[in-house]
Design a protein around this ligand. Structure first.
Ligand SMILES: Cc1cc2nc3c(=O)[nH]c(=O)nc-3n(C[C@H](O)[C@H](O)[C@H](O)COP(=O)(O)OP(=O)(O)OC[C@H]3O[C@@H](n4cnc5c(N)ncnc54)[C@H](O)[C@@H]3O)c2cc1C
Length: 407
């Protein structure tokens, strides 16, 4: 009987645990640091905002976006399902299959998506990881029918991987330790390299090459009476060469929405290290590369032009370029000011990836130079994908797990 431990029950961890548990002569222990959630969403399809502000679903994480900036909170899902508990769950690209997630068309478009679909020839409806309008997490899709050889433990952060020489032999958590023939780390692109470093794993490049999609938010005040509270929060996207325009129908303030502009081709890189207490120290290095700064400014300028086009006239009353209420006119016709403003105030899409790529693991997901130690989450993607990292992570986990072996 082979005993596997999977650390982290997120997009990759649930897939790996379910597929390993289906093998004969195999026992799997999946250890997740957050809770298990059974509750129904607050309103079908419109759960994004409430979930993103629910501290029980968010893993407390800080990042430094750009050198010299103070650390700021960064969103990552926490609990069985990982970031699929809180993500937009939107799929904009072609779906090549290779996963067990249910996808459905948006059941309606709100006023911003309707205007985008009319105004931008590249705008298309997205698909949502949902069934009958309800969010389906990766845990729902993969663990609900898992065999009894899978044991799931929640509310238990793994502190360290136990090593015997260069072989992983188990993990250590607050409640004790457990033995394993092999360990798969799926704690996400920020925690996975941190946990490996904290466990004394030393591989060139570990924690380097971290990427995310930088994004700038244009906040819009909707015209009186056009807001539709029960449409999906995001239901359409316009994907251009280098950037994507995403209308967001609901914000926490009623009567407001947003148009987000995110990069789809990212050159900048950051890194993850750990401090003496083992806490991840994350430098995102966002927009460090001049090509990213130029592309984001181009995308924001284009989105501002779109918002002043006729399909948006009856929908959008006012456009703001920060949360303090600065009107878009502050930037219109001033390309240099716009570029500095966008670089200074850009946030991101929370799509971290790539921090264990480039030789840290073999093509089969095994940590190079070590035995019985694997990684299968967003940290082994070869950088942040152009769009939809969620599906990419799930498909990659499905592919990698087929080659995992304790020998
Ligand atoms: C706010 C937000 C919106 C997003 N929107 C979209 C979208 O619309 N479309 C899309 O394609 N992608 C989206 N994503 C990205 C997508 O969800 C991620 O790319 C994907 O979930 C990454 O999978 P993962 O397995 O690497 O990490 P995660 O899914 O984050 O899972 C990591 C898991 O490990 C657990 N963990 C961490 N440390 C430990 C430890 N020490 N011990 C035990 N467990 C631990 C965490 O609690 C978590 O459950 C979004 C992400 C976020 C955060």
């Amino acid at each position: 009987m082979a005993r596997w431990v999977v650390v982290g029950g997120g997009a990759a961890g649930c897939v790996v645990a379910a597929r390993l548990a289906a093998r004969p002569e195999t026992e799997v222990l999946l250890i997740e640091s957050g809770h298990r959630f059974d509750a129904e969403p607050p309103a079908p399809g419109t759960d994004l905002g409430p979930y993103l502000t629910d501290p029980t679903r968010i893993l407390p994480t800080e990042v430094v976006r750009r050198p010299g900036r103070p650390p700021e909170p960064y969103l990552q899902g926490h609990g069985l399902g990982g970031s699929s508990l809180v993500n937009g769950s939107i799929v904009t690209g072609v779906d090549p299959g290779g996963h067990a997630l249910p996808l459905e068309e948006p059941w309606a478009h709100g006023p911003l998506s309707t205007a985008l679909l009319a105004a931008d020839p590249l705008a298309r409806p997205v698909r949502l990881v949902r069934r009958n309008r309800r969010r389906v997490t990766v845990s729902d899709a993969y663990l609900d029918d898992a065999p009894p050889s899978l044991t799931v433990v929640v509310d238990e952060p793994v502190r360290r991987i136990r090593m015997h020489g260069r072989r992983a032999v188990g993990v250590e958590f607050a409640g004790g330790t457990c033995d394993a023939d092999a360990v798969v780390v799926c704690a996400g692109a920020l925690r996975t390299p941190a946990l490996l470093l904290q466990s004394g794993i030393s591989v060139p490049g570990l924690g380097e090459h971290l990427q995310d999609h930088p994004a700038f938010t244009l906040t819009v005040r909707l015209a009186d009476g056009v807001a539709e509270p029960t449409v999906p929060t995001i239901s359409a996207a316009a994907t251009h060469d280098g950037y994507q325009v995403l209308p967001v129908e609901h914000l926490t303030a009623p009567g407001y929405g947003a148009v987000m502009v995110g990069l789809t081709r990212v050159f900048s890189q950051g890194r993850v290290t750990v401090d003496a207490a083992g806490t991840p120290v994350v430098e995102l290095g966002q927009l460090a590369d001049e090509r990213d700064r130029v592309a984001l400014a181009v995308g924001v300028e284009a989105a501002i032009a779109l918002l002043s086009s006729s399909p948006f006239a009856a929908t959008v009353e006012r456009v703001f370029v920060d949360a303090a209420g600065t009107g878009v006119e502050h930037l219109v016709g001033r390309p240099e000011r716009l570029r500095d403003w966008v670089v200074e105030r850009a946030g991101g899409h929370y799509h971290v990836a790539g921090s264990c790529r480039d030789g840290v693991v073999t093509d089969a997901g095994r940590v190079r130079g070590y035995e019985g130690l694997f990684v299968a989450d967003a940290s082994v993607l070869p950088g942040v994908p152009p769009v939809d990292p969620y599906l990419e992570v799930v498909r990659q986990a499905e592919r990698l797990v087929t080659d995992f072996s304790v020998i």
